[in-house]
Design a protein around this ligand. Structure first.
Ligand code: PLP
Length: 392
């Protein structure tokens, strides 16, 4: 099929709830995607952070192929070794908690809300979130998301969510009541424009939650699985949350989500209270085990720190040259460049020149290459990005 034929199929049969660039992707490898019309693109925003270790990583491909030939699905009234093995790896590499598996970030967050409500039951049900946050598209996640534009047209939303200004201790203290079950944050707001949580704010949340017996939930759907140079972003802050949620790059391209909860609260969810038919699917879990193996054996956290430093420094150099760049933000390979004018124009220019990035909040270029990215690829990307900025 040629590119036009594929786009015609979408126009006729696929719901138009996404804005799509005119790019029909046929295949991909590492940081590169190949289009149906024979073009090659350098992807510095691979799969909206799903392809965290690059496209078609051999360890993931092989693990998935092997598992598919054995058994593709095991229902959750039985046991299967890969789900157990993945839970063990996630637990031992985080805070020793227990894992609930599902299929997406929104579903992982829903699980966290239900666990928090069950824990706080009967008095506490409210979850405090941050303005500018993004937590997913289900009704509860939409209610939790701190951006009005996501809520428009979907009211009335589920009750019990309140968004407050990010990084403001006093407001948070005021917002907590005897109904508050949990406080939830992204340590780096992704959709919100790469806004980083301050260390003293995060420590303050931990202390407040301890003092008032509330749960501290960290949404690591975008920051998790090594993107910031540590396996989980909370590990930069010297605290342990009560719950973290994961998805996106967890499965190396396979759809999988997870909620990890501290052992002392995980038992709140008893049989019959929560479930997901596909949760812990063996192929998805095998993909995730492949991701963890790659991160460990190929020292991808080290590469993320090194390449992240290089890329950020290059972006800061551009800021010195072009006054339209207001700020460069982020940690590891989760970076953003806020521009005063024409960010969407810069994004379109990059696309036309074969560099895929993202533009969020109308003014921030979000740049999140794969953890396998090389110096050479960063050089190519920076040349295109500079050209784009110079044209704004
Ligand atoms: C921080 C965060 N949480 C949750 C979600 C929702 O994940 P999903 O689209 O897999 O439901 C996203 C998606 O962009 C996200 O960035």
């Amino acid at each position: 099929m040629n590119a036009n034929q594929v786009m015609d199929l979408y126009n006729e049969y696929v719901m138009a709830n996404y804005t799509r660039k005119k790019l029909v992707i046929k295949k991909a490898k590492g940081s590169w995607v190949y289009s149906a019309d024979g073009k090659k693109y350098l992807d510095f925003f691979p799969g909206w952070a799903v392809s965290g270790i690059g496209y078609c990583h051999q360890r993931v491909v092989k693990a998935v192929q092997r598992q598919a030939a054995k058994i593709m699905h095991v229902s959750n009234n039985y046991y299967n070794e890969v789900q157990g093995q993945l839970a063990q790896k996630l637990s031992l590499n985080s805070f020793g908690g227990k894992v609930f598996f599902c299929n997406s970030g929104a579903e992982a967050n829903e699980g966290a809300f239900k666990l928090a409500r069950a824990y706080g039951n009967p008095k506490r049900y409210e979850v405090i979130t941050m303005q500018g946050s993004f937590h997913g598209r289900t009704l509860a996640c939409t209610a939790a998301t701190g951006q009005d534009k996501c809520k428009l047209g979907f009211e009335p939303l589920p009750e019990g969510f309140k968004s407050i200004p990010f990084n403001d201790k006093n407001v948070l203290k005021e917002a907590v009541s005897d109904k508050t079950a949990a406080i939830m944050i992204e340590l780096i707001q992704g959709e919100g424009g790469i806004k980083v949580a301050e260390s003293n704010y995060v420590r303050f949340i931990r202390e407040l939650c301890d003092e008032k017996n509330m749960l501290f939930i960290v949404d690591e759907v975008q920051t998790g699985m090594g993107r910031t140079g540590k396996l989980f972003a909370y590990q930069h802050y010297g605290i342990e949350p009560d719950i973290i949620t994961l998805a996106k790059s967890l499965g190396g391209g396979m759809p999988i989500g997870a909620m990890i909860a501290q052992k002392k609260i995980a038992g709140t969810l008893r049989p019959g209270m929560h479930a997901s038919t596909f949760g812990g699917n063996p192929i998805a879990c095998a993909g995730a085990l492949g991701v963890l193996e790659a991160i460990e054996k190929e020292q991808l956290l080290k590469n993320t720190v090194q390449m992240g430093t290089l890329l950020k420094n290059e972006m800061i150099k551009l800021k010195g040259k072009y006054p339209i760049i207001k700020q460069v933000r982020g940690i590891g390979l989760m970076l953003g460049m806020e521009i005063i004018v024409n960010a969407p124009k810069a994004y379109d220019y990059c696309f036309a020149k074969g560099l895929l990035i993202n533009c969020t909040q109308g003014n921030t270029l979000r740049i999140m290459p794969s953890m396998t990215v090389t110096e050479k690829e960063i050089k190519i990307a920076m040349e295109i990005l500079e050209e784009a900025i110079s044209k704004c």
